[in-house]
Design a binder for this molecule. Structure first.
Ligand SMILES: [Zn+2]
Length: 244
């Protein structure tokens, strides 16, 4: 089941799944091609049960290397090998994203000779522009530290992996994807005036959360909504637990 979808004149977005600490996968397409943003748990199942046309898939783009955004890359590549894909596949990830690099290396080392399509991997820094399937994509620096609950119940920051947000443009239409981020990233320029902004809202409300967490770990729904208003339309995703 597609969680949420949006249809513009030239671009469309399908949020296949998004839940923090579980998975995220977002399918963006124009008439001729598609890009998959992140490949969390169940990506392959989501693509197949939604009958998305994998022949349209031109590239996979990662926002960052946490397991809920990247874990299913190996299975997806295995499936594309099994169905004998022949078209080149681009794989884009933030510069220094070792998880993507190592997963890819594991797949390629093992299956290079029997994989009928070329995999072209590219590391991207903030403020770079590249093209996939006719769509122009610009990267924006996000700040998303990993965190876990410490023994005292307080959030412990685990370091800051490279994280990017992306603005995808095609024929005067633009979709912005924040990925996971705190407010310290280049979030406002990413979202401003986009036709659609897809923004994470992991935390329920900023009130009870330390400022540091909002700045450097995740957005809270009240803040995501405020920032979302800078775009023409917005969708909030990656929502964590909410009290009913
Ligand atoms: Zn996440």
């Amino acid at each position: 089941m597609i969680m949420k979808k949006w249809q513009g004149k030239n671009l469309s977005a399908k949020i296949l799944f998004s839940s923090p600490g579980v998975a995220q996968q977002i399918w963006i397409e124009n008439r001729t091609g598609a890009i998959l943003f992140d490949t969390g748990d169940g990506t392959l199942r989501d693509l197949l049960t939604n009958r998305l046309d994998l022949r349209k898939l031109k590239g996979i783009v990662f926002t960052h290397g946490h397991f809920d955004h990247i874990g299913w890359l190996y299975s997806l590549l295995g499936y594309l090998r099994m169905i004998r894909r022949t078209e080149e596949l681009l794989i884009i990830f933030p510069k220094g994203c070792n998880e993507a690099k190592l997963l890819l290396k594991t797949f390629v080392n093992h299956y290079r000779k029997s994989t009928p399509f070329r995999i072209t991997a590219k590391e991207i820094s903030p403020n770079e522009t590249f093209q996939i399937g006719g769509m122009i994509i610009k990267s924006y620096k996000m700040v998303h530290c990993g965190s876990v609950k410490g023994p005292d119940g307080k959030e412990m920051i685990l370091g800051e992996p490279p994280a990017l947000g992306y603005r995808i443009s095609y024929k005067n239409e633009t979709i912005a994807i924040s990925g996971d981020t705190g407010t310290d990233g280049d979030l406002k320029s990413l979202i401003k005036d986009a036709d659609l902004a897809i923004i994470e809202a992991t935390l329920a409300h900023s009130k009870k959360v330390p400022q540091e967490a909002i700045k450097r770990i995740h957005l809270a729904e009240d803040i995501s909504r405020e920032i979302g208003k800078m775009a023409k339309q917005y969708i909030l995703i990656h929502k964590g637990k909410r009290k009913k």
